[in-house]
Design a protein around this ligand. Structure first.
Ligand SMILES: C[S@@+](CC[C@H](N)C(=O)[O-])C[C@H]1O[C@@H](n2cnc3c(N)ncnc32)[C@H](O)[C@@H]1O
Length: 263
């Protein structure tokens, strides 16, 4: 059975990559974003608004606003970063990058020049409406300066980053195959090692796993690679409910590079 599914995934993945078919110019209609939450969440939304520049958190659907508020809320609560003059950030496995505005809003606060990249190996997967992830991501990242969506295998991408975010890496074979990816792309340990290698000295990575089981596997992988980490435990944000509980880990690349710090 596994051989059959792998063959099917391999052929589908190969065709998607070759054909790169998609309808063009994906768009969503903006919705009213006021009064979406009860008192407690509204207070948190207002606190985030006060702390961050919400310039790019508008003209979106209610669902997409919640996806981005969730991202911003989680980064704000669980990821401490240092202010730099310039920061470059990578999001690994960014899918359609529906949460890019939350990431942009977060990192923008801590630097003058932000370069934000998202990398996705299966960028040409089609939604039911015949738009690819790549095309949808182009819409989500519209008007965000220095933001790039890279349709590529992360294992074949070499650049050093100050910060890496990695939401829901595949650490088990079954979800990887269910996602429609061929087994030769399933390399959780090598990917983790490559991610660590892609951090600048002193850089940090924020990994989020879904379910305690995957969180434990992620920690085992880090230990097997001798990568030091801090387990943050369960992360909670009520802006967007998820089926499975989520857990976070922060990895800091050993050493420090303090030449770029802001005054
Ligand atoms: C479970 S999904 C998570 C998507 C997104 N980060 C989120 O939180 O909604 C994992 C994503 O990683 C992508 N991925 C897996 N292996 C990859 C690789 N080698 N390079 C780039 N992306 C990869 C998958 O195609 C998929 O979109």
């Amino acid at each position: 059975m596994k051989i059959f599914y792998n063959l099917k995934n391999k052929i589908d993945f190969f065709l998607r990559k070759k054909l790169k078919f998609s309808l063009q110019n994906y768009e969503e209609t903006s919705e009213n974003l006021s009064n979406l939450f009860g008192d407690e969440l509204k207070q948190r939304e207002n606190d985030l608004k006060k702390k961050y520049n919400f310039e790019f958190m508008s003209n979106m659907t209610q669902l997409n606003y919640k996806e981005n508020l969730y991202m911003l809320d989680v980064l704000d609560k669980y990821f401490r970063i240092n202010p730099y003059e310039s920061i470059n950030v990578l999001d690994i496995g960014c899918k359609n990058w529906c949460y890019v505005r939350g990431q942009y809003t977060f990192f923008q606060k801590y630097c003058h020049n932000l370069e934000l990249k998202g990398i996705e190996v299966d960028a040409y997967r089609l939604y039911w409406n015949l738009f690819s992830r790549y095309e949808v991501a182009k819409f989500y990242k519209r008007d965000l300066k220095n933001t790039r969506y890279i349709p590529k295998d992360f294992m074949k991408y070499d650049e050093k980053f100050d910060y890496i975010t990695w939401f829901l890496p595949f650490v088990r074979e079954y979800p990887h195959m269910r996602w429609g990816l061929p087994l030769d792309l399933y390399k959780p340990k090598e990917m983790l090692w490559h991610a660590y290698f892609s951090l600048k000295t002193g850089g940090k990575m924020f990994i989020v796993n879904q379910s305690e089981v995957e969180y434990d596997i992620q920690k085992e992988l880090l230990e097997a690679c001798a990568i030091p980490y801090v387990g943050k435990g369960e992360i909670i944000s009520d802006f967007l409910p998820h089926k499975y509980r989520r857990f976070a880990i922060v990895v800091t690349k050993k050493g420090s590079d303090d030449t770029k710090w802001l005054e």
